[in-house]
Design a protein around this ligand. Structure first.
Ligand SMILES: Cc1ncc(COP(=O)(O)O)c(C=O)c1O
Length: 330
């Protein structure tokens, strides 16, 4: 068994902690979960009702590989409405089993062994591990506190080699809570064009942003729509982590290879969950914004509280629901 590919895959330490916490809970201990990145709210009720209704209405069967067409249309409508970007629901959108699957399939489908992918450091651990399992080399670009956790385009340019095929952006960031500003995005867009890199833009926390910070999708910048894969999903803003619905959107030339992999891996995602997702996008956004407002209050409270702990310093997060305190002084 020594030589099998799975040997390259470490267990996720997030899950190790989560399982350990669950065991303590079973022993009756009270646990505050800080390990899994998920909202502690339930999915808004009208979304639940839509999925139940879909089950009652007999939506029990496989959907198209790329997902229920009505959902792909709702996704396309959202981007046209909010970003003035047009995507063809027939050929430029694939509904995935969460962004997790999107990342897995994109790296598998678009990169060859020996290619390099630029990954923010620190970041959600999937990008690194998925690259390693495919013999793709992960190359970290540093997000440092001194630079307000903004990517440094000069540093990124120094890391680029002829083998660099893709750069991953995560904004708002897990685990930093930072939001990449427009200036940095423009400079990264310039590098992507100059060095012909695909951009994988993980925008799962798109709507969990605290004013005055603003989310900008790099796909909206000049020349970027056709080299960017936007990944997004329902887990965070609609608190639907267990439904496992996400999507990948981009030009057909990048999305078609993803569909080829996806069809053999997943076939299609859960059909009635997709009907719930349609209602999430087209229905009342109020409960989700109320949740974001609650996260903002908690952010404000914790930011102050953590900064009062001797030896801890913390940059104020602009998005997502994470704090990334420095403990250097302890
Ligand atoms: C940055 C980021 N992307 C993607 C995911 C996973 O999303 P999904 O539930 O859609 O697979 C997470 C989950 O924590 C995340 O933090």
């Amino acid at each position: 068994m020594e030589s099998i590919k799975a040997q390259r895959i470490p267990y996720s330490q997030i899950r190790v902690m989560f399982d350990a916490a669950r065991k303590l809970e079973q022993q009756g201990k009270e646990i505050i979960h800080l390990e899994i990145g998920r909202p502690d709210f339930n999915t808004p009720q009208h979304i639940v009702e839509a999925a139940v209704e879909a089950l009652r209405a007999g939506k029990h069967h496989y959907s198209q590989n790329a997902g229920v067409l009505e959902l792909r249309q709702a996704i396309a409508d959202k981007f046209a409405r909010e970003y003035q970007l047009d995507y063809n629901p027939d050929s430029e959108i694939v509904v995935t089993n969460g962004v997790a699957e999107g990342v897995y399939v994109a790296i598998n489908a678009l990169l060859n062994p020996g290619d390099q992918v630029l990954i923010p450091d620190p970041s959600w651990l999937n990008y690194n591990v998925v690259a390693l399992t495919n013999f793709v080399e992960p190359v970290g670009y540093r997000l440092s506190e001194e630079n307000n956790f903004q990517p440094d385009p000069n540093q990124i340019e120094e890391l680029i080699t002829p083998r660099t095929k893709m750069i991953i952006l995560v904004s708002p960031s897990n685990p930093l809570g930072s939001v990449i500003n427009q200036k940095a995005l423009e400079r990264i867009a310039h590098l992507a064009n100059k060095y012909d890199m695909v951009v994988l833009s993980d925008e799962i926390y798109e709507k969990i942003v605290y004013s005055p910070a603003q989310h900008v999708s790099i796909a909206t910048l000049s020349g970027m729509r056709d080299r960017t894969l936007v990944m997004n999903g329902f887990s965070k803003f609609y608190s639907m982590t267990g439904w496992r619905i996400g999507y990948v959107m981009g030009p057909e030339g990048l999305v078609n290879p993803i569909l080829r992999y996806h069809q053999y891996m997943i076939t299609s995602t859960n059909t009635f969950a997709q009907w719930g997702a349609i209602t999430a996008l087209n229905g009342d956004q109020g409960p989700s914004y109320a949740m974001v407002e609650e996260f903002r209050k908690r952010r404000d409270y914790l930011y102050e509280a953590v900064n009062k702990i001797p030896g801890f310093t913390c940059t104020k997060p602009e998005g997502a629901f994470y704090l990334f305190p420095s403990v250097k002084e302890t």
